[in-house]
Design a protein around this ligand. Structure first.
Ligand code: AMP
Ligand code: ZN
Ligand code: FE
Ligand code: FE
Length: 275
């Protein structure tokens, strides 16, 4: 069956609810999926029941911001117990870190003359447990204030390293992430390796117990897709993929249904690698 293992909802920086994402995935011809919100398991229960209704195969997922050798990486966790306390604890501390960073962004942006509405702190949904705030939320506020014409412009001018209003993010080390995901019964996959990870870091991650790599992703051209696919085959890593659909990024609607992997139901895609 065609499955998309990389989808975002409004529990992090996606536009739509889990129900809406499941609906759109069904319309795009997908038969299996995971939602992979940044640093939260908040949308999993809703997505699971929407999939049940839509007759779509479902597996739990999340995209966890982490670091190796001071470089940011994203670990896609799958098939974990979404109630596992220590993993939920990690998500909660990540959400708190994200909230503090967002408040810092707002304060620095105001000092730099961006006229954000006075109630933007409230709009961040402080107290909405299970939701992970990210830079796209801040970008949307900047566009609403009139200081940027588009999300892309807001990122380019205010939200990326090198811009005077950039606030760095701190990350949990990848060892801790791999350990907690494994304890929760899940597997850890390196997201979009071609997009931000060096080969040296990938090898280190495999030594640390990474279970797989995301092979199919809109940021991978055919050469990279083949490269990571063959690497996964040779090293007996799990190969996953998906569209990284957010519902507002360029290309999202075309990508949904076109970036997928074949998932054999009851097959071994999510069995951890055994060496
Ligand atoms: P954060 O997790 O707060 O660092 O925000 C990262 C998210 O912002 C990514 O998952 C993308 O969805 C989005 N993003 C990052 N860079 C850009 C960019 N240059 N333009 C638009 N969206 C971006
Ligand atoms: Zn995102
Ligand atoms: Fe990512
Ligand atoms: Fe993503």
């Amino acid at each position: 069956m065609r499955a998309d293992f990389h989808l975002h909802t409004h529990y992090s920086d996606g536009r739509y609810s889990p129900e809406q994402v499941v609906q759109k995935a069904a319309e795009a011809g997908l038969e299996g999926l995971a939602i992979t919100d940044h640093d939260t398991a908040g949308g999993i229960a809703e997505a699971r029941s929407a999939c049940l209704k839509a007759n779509i195969e479902f597996v739990s997922g999340a995209e966890i911001s982490s670091a190796i050798s001071d470089n940011e990486i994203h670990i896609l966790a799958y098939n974990f117990d979404p109630e596992y306390e220590s993993l939920l604890g990690l998500f909660e501390s990540q959400q708190e870190r994200r909230l503090q960073r967002a408040l810092e962004f707002i304060s620095v942006l105001r000092k730099n003359g961006v006229d954000l509405a006075p109630d933007e702190e409230l709009a961040l949904g402080i107290g909405n447990r299970g939701e992970a705030i990210g830079r796209p939320h801040i970008a949307r506020m900047i566009v609403a204030s009139g200081s940027a014409a588009s999300m892309d412009d807001a990122f380019g001018e205010y939200l990326v390293p090198g811009s005077p209003t950039f606030v760095p993010k701190s990350f949990p080390g990848v060892e801790e992430v791999l350990k907690l995901v494994r304890e929760a019964g899940g597997v850890s996959i390196l997201a979009h390796p071609g997009h931000m990870t060096s080969h040296a870091d990938l090898i280190k991650l495999i030594d640390l117990g990474l279970d797989g790599v995301e092979v199919v992703h809109p940021s991978h051209d055919k050469v990279l897709q083949k490269y990571y696919g063959e690497l996964a085959d040779r090293l007996k890593l799990i190969a996953t993929g998906g569209s990284d659909y957010h519902g507002w990024q360029r290309g999202d609607e075309e990508n949904l249904g076109n970036y997928f992997v074949h998932w054999v139901s009851g097959g071994n895609l999510f069995h951890p690698r055994t060496l």
